[in-house]
Design a protein around this ligand. Sequence first.
Ligand SMILES: Nc1ncnc2c1ncn2[C@@H]1O[C@H](COP(=O)(O)OP(=O)(O)O)[C@@H](O)[C@H]1O
Ligand SMILES: [Mg+2]
Length: 223
Amino acid sequence: MEKAIELKGVKKSYRLSKEVSVPALKGIDLSIDKGEYVAICGVSGSGKSTLLHIIGCLDKATEGEVIINGEDVSSLNNRKLSKIRCQEIGFVLQDFGLIPYRTVYENVEVPLLFAGVKRSKRKEMISAALKEVGIEDLTYRKVIKMSGGQKQRAAIARAIVNNASLILADEPTGQLDTDTKREMNELFRKLKESGKTVVVVTHDKELAGSADRVLFISDGKIL
Ligand SMILES: Nc1ncnc2c1ncn2[C@@H]1O[C@H](COP(=O)(O)OP(=O)(O)O)[C@@H](O)[C@H]1O
Ligand SMILES: [Mg+2]
């Protein structure tokens, strides 16, 4: 089986001052197959977001190896990292990360603008992504006028619009009601069925339960 993600001895410390640094990850070894759907669980402060940010090339490990779709990204410069983020990774951020006074269309368009995709092609890709998450009727709605579940769908549309092979989500159901959680659950399952690798950080037992595998992280280590 081809690997989507491999981490070897990954450590991450946040430097607060010259003398003080906070160890957030204390030696993570991890291997996730292409097309696998993995949930990562752990209490607040255990290092889940840090781990997801390193997998998503949003942040760099202090030590260790990070291999994404066969490429060692540990030593790449920021320009190359951002290229990988653009082409291969879709991120669903903890607080959606949408621009509130813009339309769904404009929000989902952002990664395509970064990737330099032409206008007509952008339109096509945005329409396909919105259809996939079931909010094509909200294309020109401003984010500020949408419900939590609708915003979450828009955030997922933005994550998948560039046809990323790897979808990473940080507590995607944290602020949603039970019915909407269930819909998100199905949506992540559907992304997995369509061949994507999905990694979700969650407290939600039901969401974790629908993953192929659940990893537990505690105090910067995988249990
Ligand atoms: N930017 C940062 N600067 C300093 N410490 C941080 C930063 N981000 C996270 N931490 C610390 O790293 C640890 C892990 O945090 P985090 O990965 O956000 O955990 P989780 O997502 O599981 O709540 C915590 O002790 C947290 O306080
Ligand atoms: Mg977090």
